[in-house]
Design a protein around this ligand. Sequence first.
Ligand code: PEP
Ligand code: MG
Length: 568
Amino acid sequence: MADKIKGKGVISGIAVGNILLAGQNLDSFLVNYKPGKVDAEKKKAADALVKVAEALQVSIKKFNEQGLKEQAGILEAHRMMVEDPAMSGAIDEQIDVSKSAPKAVLDAYEVQAQVFEAMEDEYFRGRAVDMRDVGKRIAKYLLGIKEPEIAGKVIVAGREIEPSVIAGLPTDKIAGVILGAGSTTAHAVIIAKTRAIPTVVGVGDGIDQMADGDPAILDGDAGEILIRPTDKERKAYDEKIKKQEELKAYYATLKTLPAKTKDGKEVILAANIGSPADVDAANGFGAHGVGLFRSEFVFMGKSDVPKEEDQFKEYKAAVEKCNGNLCVIRTMDIGGDKPLPYIQVDKEENPFLGYRAIRISLQRKDLFMPQLKAILRAGKYGKAAIMFPMVINVKEFLDAKQFVEDAKMELAHEGKEFAQDVQVGIMVETPAAAVMAPQLAKYVDFFSIGTNDLVQYTLAVDRGNAQISYLYNHFNPAVLRLIKRTIESANKEGKWAGMCGEMASDPNAAILLMAMGIKELSMSAPSIPRVKERIRNFTFTRAQEILKEVMDMEDGDKIKEYLANLKA
Ligand code: PEP
Ligand code: MG
């Protein structure tokens, strides 16, 4: 019998693969490491380089024999980074300043990673991740941590997983994701959603029952993981996997059909993305443009502020890929919980209520202006919109809007081409913005409701806390009232309201939102077919009746249950 671990399924589908433990923190190993004299440490480091290169060579051969050319190619590049003579010199220099061999290796590769990150060429910049990976691999060898030999598909597991871990692995290699934390809106999960990778969160200490390389089956619908399944257990999943393939084929038939009710009410279904490449995947699911480009991904993993030119290239690529549909680019939502080396944030008691998002942008012209200019320039290549996160009052919006006007002036001065007609709107993700929606609606071009944060701030329920996740419900009447108010306020002023929080991907929520007058729902692209199917099977008239009933109900859980049992 396999070990069975329960969690919360957040991205549906069955995944079969070998466990890859991610986000392993080496700190405790480093503390326990007993360094020898300088020469001894240098010798240990030199031996480690040889041994790691040999181990990589064995894996490269294996991948080549299996025809896995791409994996072999990646490891070949890693082998060259290990054997680079400049690196052994750099490691020795670190040991000379009293560092242990593993720490010296980590630091030497980190320095090199930062050099790569600063390069103009995108390919070389991407190599920074590999450099860090290689440094960690050698350090692990020195610390006696076994490196797993994993071929084929992996299920990435960790108490917490850095978004870059998921983003850094090739899509065809990740079968599933397991997160110890309870968050359904962790950025690792958000990336997994974009790629439709079956995911289970909130397994807590269940992570300790897994070892690198363990074969596993993950059921993203049941929220279950089987570690080391027997042949019999594996066979039992064959039928489910077959059904999954059939459903995928059916959803593909919906791709070009509009999200229109039987009585003719249409809603735009757009995608949430983290990089221009995500737009290609989104188009494959029938997305009509981008409702949220989380631009912080452009800022993450860099040692310095990304230049206007670099940002411009990314935004332009995303805008172009939208094929004439709107591409809403949110200005960076960085802060205490998502730190960056070039933004000084003191330790905060409550980072979610701290120095973040628009609060940073308004104080840091050096960050804000290049971003606004890059978006305005990208607007020339299609249809772009600027969206500010975490706005709480009219003044913040007007101040930010002034920056947009200044950015236009600067661009005009510099003789650079840009779009004059870029829409400027806000995320409604704080209760303050929702309450003030009638006033804000006078100034903005649009609202996009960010329920991930709106729910947490309205209900005072941390979006990542598994223990109280039963309270985190977007159908809570308090939340529904704020959403309804926001949508109605926009419509009253002739502006449009959309939604880009996770609620938008809930087909039952789509019914209510449509009746409230929402114009656009933006979600992780793989959810688009499910939402579209629900809308196409409904009438707008029926949706309005349902909304009326729901707004008379007092309990969020009952509303959820009522909607789950609805017939069209
Ligand atoms: C939200 O808060 O709903 C949202 C879309 O933003 P993020 O998840 O990036 O905080
Ligand atoms: Mg948010």
